[in-house]
Design a protein around this ligand. Structure first.
Ligand SMILES: NC(=O)c1ccc[n+]([C@@H]2O[C@H](COP(=O)([O-])OP(=O)(O)OC[C@H]3O[C@@H](n4cnc5c(N)ncnc54)[C@H](O)[C@@H]3O)[C@@H](O)[C@H]2O)c1
Ligand SMILES: [Zn+2]
Length: 347
């Protein structure tokens, strides 16, 4: 097991990589604990939850990430006589952790909380950075706060019970971390696809650790997303549009988005064609999609609606090298021309 400490203004959060769900009791310090989780986690892991802690079950999917779910949680917290010293333990993927983190942050002005992170995406991404919240009127993550959990357990053996597609999609964020900040992680991903997909514990623990480290460093430098943290959005401007248009999984959309961002970087003379091809190849090795499943021009139009739009220009995260991302402002007209040029490659 390896521990990574994330320090921010609000607190020090411990990310425990390779720790087992069976040891969670150790981190609760005998505090009164209430668990927030969903039916999949209850189905697979209930016997391994800390004994005697009441369980609040929330619904599955984005549609459960709502104020209504928060109300149900608050009702239960009152019923279980929770107070400011009660510990909230979220056991699940990004949705359970985002909702539980928000509930814990506002109930009685804030209670301590921790996560047992169940998906690869939540281990490498959702559990670090202190963002939590819910959707509102169809807008994603519209309500929320920045607040770090006391600890996050990343038990990579729990990934064996994930749907295979759900599992694979998490590798997109790991490859992203390598591509923006850590070339040796990127190479490790290139060399270990088979082992990682076969759930080799050593390989997965290293990949999760290195990705969390990339995110932690960026977050420590920029907790409230003013500058450096933007780099984490590599591939995401395209991905958000793809998700909206086609409804594929976040990691799958990020995979396609990274290929597009690499091709744009190549087109602007920033990235070599060899490196751009390495991005596509490694994503294919993890069985992730690398071609837009919608027309790229339609995609460009959807992207223009994106919230990051600033006048006639857009901020894009691009690559100068594997392991070196930069933010560039590009005119829509210029990007549109590049996207048109790429169109024939993806037909
Ligand atoms: N806070 C952040 O910084 C941050 C970052 C990235 C994503 N997110 C959020 O995370 C959410 C997506 O998270 P996700 O991809 O983990 O999806 P998810 O939480 O919906 O989990 C995916 C599915 O896997 C199941 N599951 C989880 N762990 C399991 C396990 N070990 N075994 C079997 N089944 C398991 C869940 O029940 C669910 O059905 C989005 O709402 C997104 O906005 C937040
Ligand atoms: Zn993402």
């Amino acid at each position: 097991m390896k521990i990574l400490k994330v320090k921010t203004d609000t607190r020090i959060s411990e990310i425990l990589i390779g720790e087992s769900i069976d040891n969670v009791q150790k981190y609760l310090n005998n505090r009164k604990t209430i668990i927030i989780t969903d039916s999949n986690l209850i189905g697979h892991y209930k016997q391994r939850f800390p004994a005697n802690a009441p369980i609040i079950e929330i619904g599955l999917g984005e549609k459960s990430k709502t104020i209504q779910t928060l109300e149900t949680i608050f009702d239960k917290l009152i019923e279980y006589e929770a107070d400011r010293s009660t510990f909230i333990l979220a056991i699940g993927g990004g949705i359970v952790c985002d909702v539980a983190g928000f509930a814990a942050s506002v109930f009685m002005r804030g209670m301590p909380f921790g996560f047992v992170s169940g998906t690869l995406l939540s281990q490498v991404d959702a559990s670090v950075g202190g963002k939590n919240g819910v959707n509102f009127r169809g807008f994603k993550n519209m309500l929320g706060v920045f607040n770090q959990p006391n600890f996050v357990i990343c038990d990579t053996q729990m990934l064996s019970t994930l749907e295979p597609r759900e599992f694979r999609s998490g590798f997109a964020e790991i490859i992203k971390a390598g591509a923006i900040k850590n070339p040796s992680l990127f190479e490790f991903c290139e060399q270990n696809a088979k082992k990682a997909l076969a759930l080799n514990a050593e390989v997965l623990d290293k990949m999760v650790y290195d990705s969390v480290e990339v995110k932690a460093k960026v977050v420590e430098a920029d907790e409230r997303e003013k500058g450096e943290r933007r780099l984490l959005n590599f591939g995401h401007t395209f991905a958000h549009a793809i998700e909206k248009l086609t409804g594929i999984l976040h990691g799958e959309a990020v995979s396609i988005g990274m290929v597009l961002a690499a091709r744009v970087s190549e087109n602007l003379g920033m990235l070599s064609s060899d490196d751009s091809q390495r991005i596509t190849k490694v994503l294919e090795d993890y069985m992730l999609p690398t071609r837009p499943n919608t027309d790229v021009v339609e995609l460009f139009d959807a992207m223009k609606q994106d919230k990051k739009r600033e006048g006639s220009e857009i901020h894009l995260v691009l690559l100068e090298d594997i392991g070196k991302a930069v933010t560039r402002k590009i005119k829509y007209t210029e990007l549109e021309k590049i996207v048109h040029d790429l169109r024939s490659d993806f037909r």
